[in-house]
Design a protein around this ligand. Structure first.
Ligand SMILES: NC(=O)c1ccc[n+]([C@@H]2O[C@H](COP(=O)([O-])OP(=O)(O)OC[C@H]3O[C@@H](n4cnc5c(N)ncnc54)[C@H](O)[C@@H]3O)[C@@H](O)[C@H]2O)c1
Length: 266
């Protein structure tokens, strides 16, 4: 299968690299915003016997994402993309969270839609926190159209400069973008799915853990499986979703959270 290409954005990150390690059968295009991080990740994968090439890309930059798509197009049969690039609210800037997590996701979807074909899969990283934001006509249209000039300012009043809350809104937006794109992907014989993790012990989550230790402990206490997730939990799910065993799964979200959301939203 090594002529089949999988692109991974955010591949230098905790979840991105665990996805890479779960996908040994494919030719991996390792992408992240910083070239050095891409080079280090590629080298590590090569040392571990993977087939990987690197291509740095900032997902908020349309030109950069199109360049990544063009690169991918010439690497072999396009099997799919796992879009994990993202930031948490710890960056402290709602605009940055919006641009990377939501506007960037729309850019990635539209660029790669061009090259999806029968059997291709696009996997977008959502978050269980996206499910904590209720449907509301006052902001859902803006979440569905993050590239529009006024979308940020429509959402901003609901977030009130809270970057953590903006994170939750952006992840609801990712869930909506997946549903909205399922039909046009399906017409090409391609699938699009969101994966919504709970707390996964990656560098991003560890940073949040340091900032909100009590919140995180509370979370584990109400998690049916009594633990946080490991990056490998996500890699295993992504491997399944890319495989033929998941051929009838599209336009939907798979929550992978040890069951905690079922308790929070009871
Ligand atoms: N870790 C968790 O607990 C958790 C929970 C729910 C959802 N998620 C989601 O999973 C995804 C991956 O998270 P993670 O925990 O691996 O985080 P991480 O910080 O380890 O990795 C994220 C990667 O994205 C890259 N990135 C950031 N901005 C970028 C940009 N503009 N262009 C390209 N790359 C960029 C970073 O350089 C980093 O390597 C994110 O979308 C996150 O919201 C994570």
């Amino acid at each position: 299968m090594k002529n089949q290409v999988i692109v991974i954005t955010g591949a230098a990150g905790g979840i991105g690299s665990s996805c890479a390690y779960a996908l040994k059968d494919y030719k991996l295009i390792v992408s992240d915003s910083v070239k050095e991080a891409v080079d280090t990740t590629v080298q590590k994968l090569l040392n571990d016997g993977f087939y990987a090439v690197g291509f740095p890309c900032d997902v908020t930059d349309r030109v950069s994402v199109n360049a990544l798509k063009e690169f991918a197009k010439h690497q072999g049969e396009f099997k799919g993309i796992v879009h994990t690039a993202g930031v948490s609210g710890t960056v402290g800037n709602p605009r940055k969270v919006f641009n990377i997590n939501l506007a960037g996701t729309e850019i990635v979807i539209n660029a790669f839609y061009d090259i999806v074909q029968k059997g291709s899969v696009m996997i977008l990283l959502g978050s269980m926190m996206g499910h904590t934001i209720e449907a509301n006509a006052a902001y859902d249209s803006a979440l569905r159209n993050p590239g529009k000039d006024n979308s940020f300012s429509v959402i901003e009043p609901f977030v009130k400069n809270d970057a953590d809350l903006m994170y939750n809104f952006t992840k609801r937006g990712v869930l909506l973008l997946c549903k909205d794109n399922a039909m046009r992907f399906g017409r090409k014989g391609a699938r699009i799915v969101t994966v919504s993790p709970g707390v996964i012990l990656t560098p991003m989550a560890k940073k949040a853990l340091e900032e909100h230790p009590d919140k995180m402990k509370e979370m584990e206490a109400v998690t049916p499986l009594g633990r946080s997730g490991y990056p490998e939990d996500i890699g295993n799910l992504v491997k399944f979703l890319i495989s033929g065993s998941a051929d009838f799964i599209t336009g939907t979200d798979i929550t992978i959270d040890g069951g905690v959301l079922s308790q929070i939203l009871k």
